[in-house]
Design a binder for this molecule. Structure first.
Ligand code: UD1
Length: 426
């Protein structure tokens, strides 16, 4: 298994190109199941999760071709996906267990083929993460759903019917699943308390181009007019706001000075507000966002919330930054239970963090020390890399495969800005 070794203490300087958003790209790829015509996606990041989705869709019968990105400074790939015929309506355990987002094929397959069998994703490192809302929403649209030997077995022989469904809790994945199901349902579907995350908006905009009428995009009520057939289209994936926020925190951690090329400040407003309160300077530039630090770093309180609130996917990184702030910071996680696995690892590097239920009290320390640390999930692993950048001495990050699921060429991007970071193979 690969490891990443970091020698701390270098300031990050220069520029980092922000990749296309993984979490926007995954549902967009699934949208290819809704039409027999080609869907072309630009600015696709090269990541393990994208490869897993390619494998899943290929076994459903989608033909996929990839060409390198055309944009001079972007490394984004262009993917063309064509689901001429659906070869299988089963999403097998072997693939789904690797990536929870596989469950997104449920709505699209059911809407197009009238049936789908999708392995239950099961538990994961950051909490139970059930799929009850995905199922309840599809049932409201007329689907019959059973759980059989670890699989969600869904049927709608007469097709899905438009319905009104109110999410009891905001869910990004369930909103995406239901939007795709509604796109090929008979009649109009109204989704209340829908997720407003930019990734949901990106999917809705792509589906509009494919012929679906969707109103209320970007709000908590989406009205979707189902169509009998959808067309193909070409769509550019939005920049990754979590990658943007992650690098902003890494730059702040090293008191660096970097332009995040292609980053969009409007997508990271909540995180930018917290960072500014902590003493970080973020400015919109012609090409993206400039991140620097005026002076010292101060502790700020942060609470994760659905968009437009502070994203749970930046909580671990913010905590890493706060370990070196002056004063204390209360970090409260409201989206996922057990999303503090980075705490004991940060503590091994000298951080002072006390967890009490869903809150963590971080007391800033004058220095962190490099250590051998273990990644437990995607965002936790990058928080340890951020800590390593500012730690005295050497940090070795184990289980880098978590990181590779969601960060494209992390070590290359950081090394180009002066970090002493390398990947140790095997
Ligand atoms: C997506 C993101 C993930 C991010 C999360 C929250 C992708 C591929 N992943 O995950 O990176 O951390 O949004 O912003 O886009 N829940 C239920 N029942 C359900 C579905 C969800 O109780 O049927 C709960 C979850 O356990 C969690 C909360 O709702 O507590 C939010 O989860 P959700 O928004 O669905 O997350 P994902 O779509 O899985």
């Amino acid at each position: 298994m690969d490891r990443i070794r970091i020698k701390g203490g270098r300031q990050l300087k220069g520029e980092i190109v922000v990749s296309g958003s993984k979490n926007a790209c995954l549902p967009l790829m699934v949208a290819s199941l809704l039409t027999d015509q080609p869907l072309t996606l630009k600015n696709v990041p090269r990541l393990a999760d994208i490869t897993t989705m390619i494998r899943l869709l290929q076994q459903h019968g989608v033909e996929i071709s990839a060409t390198p990105g055309e944009n001079g400074h972007s490394h984004g790939t262009t993917l063309t996906l064509k689901a001429g015929k659906i070869a299988s309506t089963t999403a097998p355990y072997d693939i789904v267990r690797k990536m929870r987002a596989s469950v997104l094929v449920l709505g699209a397959l059911l809407a197009r083929e009238g049936e789908a069998r999708v392995s239950l994703p099961g538990g994961c490192a950051i909490g139970a993460r059930p799929v009850d809302l995905h199922i309840a929403g599809l049932k409201a649209m007329g689907a019959e759903i059973d759980i059989d030997r670890g699989y969600i077995v869904a049927k709608a022989p007469e097709g899905l019917k438009g319905a009104r469904y109110t999410f009891p809790k905001v869910s990004v994945g369930a909103t995406e699943n239901l939007i795709m199901a509604a796109a090929l349902a008979k009649g109009t579907t109204v989704l209340d308390n829908a997720a407003r995350e930019p990734e949901v908006t990106d999917l809705a905009e792509c589906l509009s181009k494919m012929g679906v009428s969707i109103s209320g995009i970007g709000t908590e009520t989406l009205t979707i007019g189902g169509m009998e057939r959808l067309t193909g289209t070409t769509h550019t994936v939005i920049p990754d706001r979590i990658e943007t926020g992650t690098y902003a925190m890494a730059i702040a951690m090293t008191a660096g000075d970097v332009e995040l090329v292609g980053g969009r400040l409007d997508l990271v407003e909540a995180a930018a507000q917290s960072l500014r309160a902590a003493g970080v300077v973020l400015k919109k530039t012609n090409r993206g966002i400039h991140v620097g630090r005026a002076n010292g770093l101060h502790g700020v309180d942060v609470m994760t919330e659905p968009y437009p609130g502070f994203p749970t996917d930046l909580q671990a990184q913010m905590m890493a930054l706060m370990t070196r702030a002056e004063g204390a910071s209360m970090i409260t996680e409201t989206i996922f239970e057990s999303r503090f696995m980075h705490v004991p690892e940060l503590a091994r590097m000298g951080a002072n963090v006390t967890v009490h239920h869903e809150s963590a009290l971080v007391r800033g320390v004058p220095k962190l020390r490099g250590a051998e640390v273990m990644a437990t999930d995607l965002r936790a692993s990058v928080s340890l890399a951020i800590a390593g950048l500012a730690a005295e001495g050497e940090t070795t990050l184990h289980r880098v495969y978590h990181l590779d699921r969601g960060y494209e060429r992390l070590e290359e991007k950081l090394a180009a800005c002066g970090a002493e970071i390398e990947r140790l193979k095997g």
